[in-house]
Design a binder for this molecule. Structure first.
Ligand code: GLN
Length: 495
């Protein structure tokens, strides 16, 4: 058998079921691998060895008695540090919340724990989930295990890097504009964002609440399906969740490509895309066609406005949403010499929050200001509805949409740090799903000549997660891109 930590989630689940592997062995192997590699990779902000081993022992005891809480019982999992998890601080990658002990547990973590997962700890991210490279983490730099000189993507970079490097069996992330799918693409794992309202946001620290959604990452679509199964459904604590029935399995055993219409939105294939990305996605399409799918050309005429629209709306929401981080209601208050509360809040926020978060707050305050609101915020709301109607129209002629997840493979650390617009460009293809509230998945479809993963994105109509996951699962039965393991070497480039 492969070394336990080299097991992707599905094989691990099978090995647990056959008794070849115990949850304690798998968990211990992950903890050892974290010990060996996390100093290099920078994935974890907080490790929970005691909680993890205790949960793993409980899972093994259940199994010995012939019980299992879910397919995920005993699987070691990492959680992005924006979710409240018991016995761990929630920092959101920010110094502002250093040591913050949440007073309650997020609904998704509670569900996962009830499914028997083993909580390994909290994973690194861009501060308050704002960023596309995890370089805006206030704590540590996170690296891509496929090339240590490159970013793992962001903001759930810690999740994707830890999964690719096999430090965890699965991961829980959040996706407001692509933060699960883009890092999954850069690190060669599978990332899934559900329909808005499918999963509770209670206990997920919000960034832009009209787009935030918990997402899952695993090596394969099968792993994502199990994770989604555990967290999907109505939550009385989150009024935006909807009572839409959750299937018994997110993988449909009768799934077939025969007659399935795959829409290729014309607007996604412009110059500026790395040739290898285009080639690998089109090869994946060719295979789907060979299985009986039909290619359809569709148009999303407002796609060219998606990124700007997202930035205006996400910044506006972040601006109003983050006002409670003022050193009074939340966050660490800074020493101040002024004699009024304004100077205290000013100092606390300018010293406590990092550059990207400040940039978003500034942008948000501008687009909502009296003179600009009708030109920016209100226009962006209109474009958002138009964009959603473009998708609705596309579903008239296709069952799934296929695009690349990102225009390029992982970029080098530092390359885009001083260039916000270049950084935002890596979300070009992912933000549409958040604006329209649609489910979307990223799966590896190849590698560049430098050995960097390349990914395709699949989108489906709202609530059709099962179609999406079944399609990706079927693809992954035929290809093994998602099972490739990076060779870790501390001699990596540009270390
Ligand atoms: N990278 C995008 C941003 O910085 C998306 C972030 C996210 O999905 N949390 O806004």
């Amino acid at each position: 058998m492969t070394a336990p930590t080299n097991l992707p989630l599905c094989e691990g689940v099978l090995a647990l079921a056959s008794g070849e592997l115990s949850s304690v062995e798998w968990t211990q192997a992950c903890l050892e691998r974290i010990q060996a590699w996390d100093a290099t990779l920078g994935c974890f902000l907080h490790v929970l060895p005691e909680d993890a081993l205790r949960a793993a022992e409980a899972s093994d005891t259940r199994r010995a008695q012939g019980q299992r809480l879910s397919p995920l019982d005993g699987v070691p999992l990492g959680v992005k540090d924006v979710f409240h998890l018991p016995n761990a601080p929630t920092t959101c990658g920010s110094r502002f919340l250093e040591g913050y002990q949440p007073p309650f547990v997020s609904s998704v973590c509670e569900s996962l724990l009830r499914s028997g997962v083993v909580p390994l700890g909290k994973l690194n991210l861009d501060e308050f989930a704002m960023g596309s490279s995890t370089e805006f983490s206030a704590y540590k730099r996170c690296r891509n295990p496929w090339d240590l000189g490159r970013t793992p993507g962001g903001s759930s970079g810690g999740c994707a890097s830890a999964l690719a490097a096999r430090l965890v069996g699965g991961a829980l992330g959040s996706d407001t504009g692509g933060s699960v799918r883009q890092p999954a693409a850069f690190c060669g794992v599978t990332g899934f964002k559900p329909t808005y309202g499918r999963v509770s946001r209670f206990g997920l620290v919000s960034f832009a609440p009209s787009m935030d959604q918990a997402g899952v990452m695993a090596h394969s679509a099968q792993g994502c399906a199990w994770l989604l199964q555990a967290i999907a459904g109505l939550d009385p604590n989150d009024a935006t969740t909807q009572d839409v029935s959750v299937p018994n399995s997110y993988l449909d055993p009768s799934f077939s490509w025969q007659g399935l219409r795959i829409g290729l939105p014309r607007e996604f294939w412009d110059a500026g895309m790395e040739p290898c990305v285009r080639k690998s996605v089109l090869e994946a399409l060719e295979w789907m066609i060979s299985q009986g799918a039909a290619q359809v050309s569709v148009s999303l005429p407002r796609q060219h406005l998606a990124l700007e629209t997202y930035l205006v709306l996400a910044s506006a929401e972040a601006f109003s949403n983050l006002s409670r981080f003022d050193g009074v209601r939340l966050g660490q208050r800074r020493q101040h010499t002024g004699d009024n509360w304004t100077s205290m809040i000013q100092r606390t926020r300018s010293e406590g929050l990092g550059p990207e978060v400040q940039r978003r707050i500034t942008m948000g305050s501008f687009v909502l200001s009296k003179d600009a609101v009708s030109d920016y915020y209100e226009q962006a709301q209109k474009v958002r509805s138009l964009l959603a109607s473009d998708y609705a129209e596309a579903w008239g002629s296709c069952d799934l949409l296929l695009t690349p997840t990102t225009p390029t493979s992982a970029f080098c650390l530092g390359d885009r740090l001083e260039e916000p617009l270049a950084m935002y460009q890596s979300d070009l293809f992912t933000v549409g799903a958040n604006l329209a509230g649609l489910p979307a998945l990223s799966m590896p479809v190849g590698f560049t000549s430098r050995g960097l993963p390349v990914a395709a994105q699949l989108l489906a109509p709202a609530w059709e997660e099962q179609r999406l996951l079944s399609a990706a699962h079927s693809f992954q039965q035929a290809f093994d891109h998602h099972l490739k393991v990076p060779v870790l070497s501390s001699q990596g480039s540009k270390l």
